[in-house]
Design a protein around this ligand. Structure first.
Ligand SMILES: Cc1cc2nc3c(=O)[nH]c(=O)nc-3n(C[C@H](O)[C@H](O)[C@H](O)COP(=O)(O)O)c2cc1C
Length: 191
């Protein structure tokens, strides 16, 4: 069955917004991708899921590289502009520069990176595959940095949020009770 964007169940996810930068036949470009996932530590892999018709997809598949800039919680304008209109029709980098956003050239790949993002990661494509109505593109991390004082913007049910109240893990007493329940439910070892 389908799980459309406005479906009540689909709206329960909370994600980051990845500002995906690329440079290829379309020129320097940027798009927003809520489907930006860290999927391996060693080596570091990041997966993005993009529409095949996106200008970014064409850039990335032709050059084999892309930048992931995890939007900070004051970059709501950047994510909305990057996610509005195609790089085939608009120079979104120029639009953002006019709006005061600053970029720098990545060191290990030839794409622009967004200044002031919570995290900046340079990736080289190692795999891509059509999955459903998007293309899953997996990149290996070739350079990364993070801004200690910038918190990531959250995306939930088509709206942006900030990180809020910290929820404590279960305390020691509660964990001891849970441990006892674990013990009661231990599976017997196969002999
Ligand atoms: C907050 C936000 C999140 C988005 N997430 C995705 C996503 O995960 N995958 C995707 O293909 N498009 C996503 N989009 C839509 C693209 O950013 C949009 O289609 C963009 O115009 C594509 O640009 P391009 O054609 O220049 O690559 C998102 C848009 C916004 C505003």
């Amino acid at each position: 069955m389908d799980l459309e964007r406005m479906n009540d169940a689909a709206r329960k996810f909370v994600t980051n917004v990845g500002l995906i930068t690329s440079n290829g036949p379309i020129g320097d470009n940027i798009m927003s991708a809520e489907w930006t996932h860290h999927i391996s530590y060693s080596p570091g892999h990041i997966m993005i899921n993009l529409r095949s018709k996106s200008a970014s997809t064409q850039n990335i598949l032709e050059t084999g590289e892309f930048g992931v800039n995890i939007a900070g919680d004051t970059q709501n304008v950047v994510t909305s502009v990057a996610g509005r209109g195609s790089g085939r029709d608009y120079n979104k980098i120029a639009i953002l520069k006019e709006l005061g956003v600053e970029f720098y050239r990545a060191s290990n790949i030839n794409v622009l990176m967004v200044k002031g993002a919570a995290m900046n990661v340079e990736c080289k494509v190692i795999k891509h595959e059509v999955i459903g109505d998007h293309i899953a593109i997996v990149g290996e991390v070739v350079n990364s940095s993070a801004e200690e004082n910038v918190q990531p913007l959250l995306f939930h049910g088509t709206r942006y949020f900030k990180l809020g109240e910290h929820i404590a893990k279960p305390d020691e007493k509660r964990m001891a009770e849970i441990d006892a329940i674990y013990d009661k439910n231990r599976k017997t070892q196969a002999t």
